[in-house]
Design a protein around this ligand. Structure first.
Ligand SMILES: [Zn+2]
Length: 355
């Protein structure tokens, strides 16, 4: 399947943490009957593709949830007070167009509002607004009472509005939730590739639930799988925009981001070296990346007596905002790299990595 078509649907899908079902449906549709599918009990989807050998069990985890909001309260005037779900910086929130999904399955459009700029005092203008002071305007006005007309209730999920677009530079894709729907698409592309090659292991493709609120689905699905080795497929931070070093390696077109550090895990050093050597031998561009934040591997590597793990990132601009940008070239390179990993990671190789 063409990867641009493959990427569009999950990037536009609706799913904050705990509300991932529309992404589950997309993954199920693409996985088809090529794999055995199970679920963990908090919502992750686990697809098992057996190769020539039962072991090693390799887990690839991409989280299905996106950052968003949840309805906290509907005010007397019909404005929606909300809670952030996942890591939001207040500067990225005012003016966002959003959709609220109600129990009936209606999608209510709205916009995040704040006290008007012209009414701010000089002191207020110097400060960043706080999310607790913001609200969502769903059209409450004379003759239209949202409380009466719309069945919006506390707990209803909210996501930013974000249309998928190819940029004028057609190598680049603008989308809402590349974090981590690009990883979800990679699971599908990897499975497609594995249909054409033999692999000396069994692969578990996991769409994990609730990553953005604490790597929760990766923990429960790793418990269910008991993997021998684990990878997170997620976004890494681009540092190629104004305000950063001009020669940053973490850039669009920089190839596979190999995480040397994140706040949740020190990667398995021999596994990291093995992946770097594989990339070099096959002329796949890569770079070292780091992030203040966690990946699914943060909980996978703590399963039972420990699991060698590595996080791989698709370099992405504007992570944790309403719109972000990725490059198709990076997508292709990471796909090549993970396909090679699965082709080569046998029980013998694993033994050497553990030794
Ligand atoms: Zn992520």
């Amino acid at each position: 399947m063409d990867r641009v078509d493959l990427l569009k649907e999950p990037s536009e899908a609706f799913g904050i943490s705990g509300y991932e079902e529309s992404v589950v449906d997309i993954l199920k549709k693409h996985f088809g009957d090529r794999v055995d599918i199970t679920r963990d009990r908090i919502g992750s989807i686990i697809a098992r593709k057996q190769g020539k050998s039962e072991r090693p069990k390799i887990m690839f985890s991409a989280h299905m949830d996106e950052i968003g909001f949840m309805v906290k309260q509907v005010t007397k005037q019909g404005f929606i007070k909300f809670l952030p779900i996942g890591g939001w910086w207040a500067g990225n929130v005012p003016g966002l167009k959003v959709r609220i999904r109600t129990k009936n399955g209606d999608y209510i459009p709205g916009v995040v509002g704040l006290k008007p700029f012209h009414d701010l005092t000089p002191e207020e203008r110097k400060k960043l607004p706080e999310i607790k002071d913001m609200y969502i305007d769903v059209g409450g006005a004379k003759g239209f009472d949202p409380k009466e007309k719309l069945n919006v209730r506390p707990g209803d999920p909210i996501v930013p509005e974000g249309k998928f677009e190819k940029m004028a530079n057609s190598e680049l894709l603008l989308g809402k939730a590349w974090d981590d729907r690009v990883g979800c698409a990679l699971l599908v592309s990897l499975l497609e590739n594995l249909g054409k090659v033999e692999h000396p292991n069994t692969v578990y493709l996991v769409g994990s639930a609730q990553e953005e609120v604490g790597l929760r689905g990766a923990r429960t699905s790793a418990f269910a799988i008991d993997p021998d080795i684990g990878f997170a497929l997620d976004v890494s931070i681009c540092r190629d925009t104004p305000g950063n070093e001009s020669d940053a390696a973490e850039r669009l077109g920089g190839g596979a981001g190999i995480l040397v550090y994140d706040s949740s895990m020190i990667p398995h050093v021999k596994l990291r070296e093995y992946v770097c050597e594989l990339a070099e031998a096959n002329k796949i561009p890569y770079h070292f990346a780091s992030i203040k934040g966690g990946y699914d591997t943060g909980t996978i590597h703590l399963t039972k007596s420990g699991v060698p793990c590595l996080a791989l990132g698709v370099p992405t601009r504007y992570v944790h905002s309403g719109s972000s940008v990725i490059s198709l070239e990076d997508y292709d390179n990471i796909l090549k790299l993970i396909t090679l990993i699965v082709k080569s990671l046998s029980a013998d190789v694993l033994e050497k990595l553990l030794g």
